[in-house]
Design a protein around this ligand. Sequence first.
Ligand code: CO
Length: 133
Amino acid sequence: MIQKIHHVAIAVQSLEDALRFYRDTLGLPVHEQATREDQGVKAVVLTIGQSEIELLEPLGPDTPVGRFLERRGEGLHHICFQTDDIDKDLAELKAKDVELIDQEPRQGLVGRICFLHPRSTKGVLLELAQPPE
Ligand code: CO
């Protein structure tokens, strides 16, 4: 079952530059930093109440976030909904003919995740995540 907005992800050219606004100007605390070579991305996660802001900097131009920046510039990259049962939710979405990017959940930054295609969601890349217990 979908429970809440887990995080909002923003694609940025430079994490250092983005942190000057999100951490220093807004005062949001950083709680995680990670480089995911397999996804071509460096990420910083900031806490905002019960949710998080995820800043994504590409490791190079030929990565998913690098290509996103090239096409669209900096800005909203995806929204992540938290679920308590990603296997069940994904199976139900499949049965309802929702267009998926991931056919099966995979390990992501915040637990088991999968992405739904913006064609099925009115133009927003949607992530579902089941954080570890
Ligand atoms: Co995310």
